[in-house]
Design a protein around this ligand. Structure first.
Ligand SMILES: [Zn+2]
Length: 434
């Protein structure tokens, strides 16, 4: 589709359309090929001819128009749908657009982790059923969240609705960037929400999980994929459309965007997502008449926008504040996105989060680690009335915001008996701690 967009050559789009519409048709191409090749197959990870027989794995079990939900290998699913969305827009195919909406909604409303991870099982690196979102055995491959950003980008190009950018931001900050260490040289492939390091080597349900970021992988798709998404991040920050330049992400950058015969130059600065203020300055030497559409994030209750220090009138449409004006050099929009620490609760249909709470500030979901909380994190409880203190980080956490709260730690009532018997008729001791 990108080649079609660059060249305008119709056969490229026709080929994409063929790949998309051929899926799930009977007689099935995979079965025909399997017969022709004397029933041989190269992929046997989950048994003989697994990839031929397990058609949902490759989203090839039925035509996409009939598929009700996100299924199969998570990375393949989002890559496929990125292409379908691109095709739907450029071919103006309403039924394919509906397919994208249906599958996007299923994925983001029923199979998405709070961290923007997708693919809740290791077997087949795949989606599971609706609301089946285990925190420890999850796959949530870095590539899957990158593919989710790609799908979101193409959905935004089809329809300027901030829900796509909200998911994109969630995936970027919490899984894609989290998939790389601050040194840029160590990576996660699998991004679990809960890890108990001591258990990993003994319980084979965790064979795919690593407790720390790794130098490299035998199948090293994720590290270069993170590099690719970061070097093309401009496509995600902005969505240029006829009616407006949509600003999706508040990442520091400078950009030049053609508007008719003119060029609009912008510079975004700030320390988002750690701090709530973002500045968007206009650098164009000549005045440019255009609309800027600023995304107001779903997590922010009280966003404020000023232009050159004064309140600005704008129109809110599907989560974007549209501001139309003849922009001149020196114009500065200041966006303030208050980010108090919030408790986030799971959908009651997700049994894995029953009795649990996540802590989020701005778009960032925070992590509780052994490094500063000691072992056996499952014994820590956050009381309803506990308040949070924001701390400026030091060392590797410089310029970042750390959170501290008073909590409760449960310990065994009879330390001396621990080795003899696991159970007790009395509840454990509760001790307050920071
Ligand atoms: Zn990968």
């Amino acid at each position: 589709m990108r080649l079609y967009e660059v060249t305008g050559e119709p056969r490229y789009m026709a080929l994409v359309n063929y790949f998309v519409e051929e899926r799930g048709k009977q007689p099935h191409f995979y079965d025909d090929e399997y017969e022709k090749r004397g029933k041989t197959s190269y992929w046997h990870t989950y048994g003989p001819a697994w990839m031929v027989k397990d058609k949902p794995y490759s989203q090839a079990h039925q035509p996409i128009a009939e598929q009700p939900r996100a299924i199969g290998h998570a990375v393949r699913f989002v890559y496929l749908m990125t292409g379908v969305a691109h095709l739907a827009r450029l071919s103006q195919d309403e039924s394919k657009r509906q397919d994208c909406l249906r599958l996007w909604n299923n994925m983001t409303q029923r199979q998405l982790y709070i961290t923007g991870g997708i693919g809740s099982q290791s077997s087949g690196e795949a989606f599971s059923s609706d609301y089946d979102l285990p925190n420890d055995t999850v796959y949530a491959e870095s590539c899957a969240s990158i593919g989710l950003m790609m799908f979101a980008r193409r959905m935004l190009e089809m329809e300027a609705d901030s829900q796509y950018a909200d998911v994109m931001e969630r995936a970027l900050y919490n899984t894609v960037l989290g998939g790389m260490a601050l040194d840029g040289k160590h990576f996660f492939y699998v991004n679990p929400l809960e890890v108990h390091p001591k258990t990993l080597q003994f319980n084979h349900i965790y064979d795919h999980v690593k407790p720390v970021r790794q130098r490299w992988f035998g199948c090293a798709c994720c590290p270069p994929n993170i590099a690719r998404v970061l070097t093309s991040i401009g496509h995600y920050i902005y969505t240029p459309r006829e009616d407006a330049l949509y600003v999706n992400l508040y990442i520091g950058n400078s950009v030049e965007v053609p508007v008719g015969e003119q060029t609009l130059r912008l510079r975004i600065s700030g320390n988002y997502p750690w701090q709530d203020q973002v500045k968007i300055a206009v650098d164009s030497p000549d005045p440019v008449n255009h609309t800027l559409a600023l995304r107001l994030p779903d997590w922010c209750r009280d966003p404020q926008v000023t232009l050159n220090g004064h309140d600005v009138a704008g129109t809110l449409k599907k989560g974007y504040l549209h501001i139309s004006r003849t922009w001149v050099e020196g114009d500065t929009l200041t966006l303030t996105l208050p980010m108090p620490v919030r408790r986030i609760y799971g959908n009651p249909l997700v049994r894995h989060v029953a009795g649990k709470v996540a802590v989020q500030r701005g778009p960032l979901v925070y992590c509780l680690e052994q490094a500063d909380n000691g072992e056996e994190l499952h014994n820590l409880w956050l009381p309803d009335n506990a308040s949070f203190t924001e701390l400026e980080g030091k060392g590797i956490f410089a310029h970042k915001v750390l959170l501290q709260a008073q909590g409760v730690k449960y310990t065994t009532r009879h330390p001396e008996k621990q080795s003899l018997w696991h159970y007790d008729t009395a509840p454990p001791n509760a001790r307050r701690r920071h």
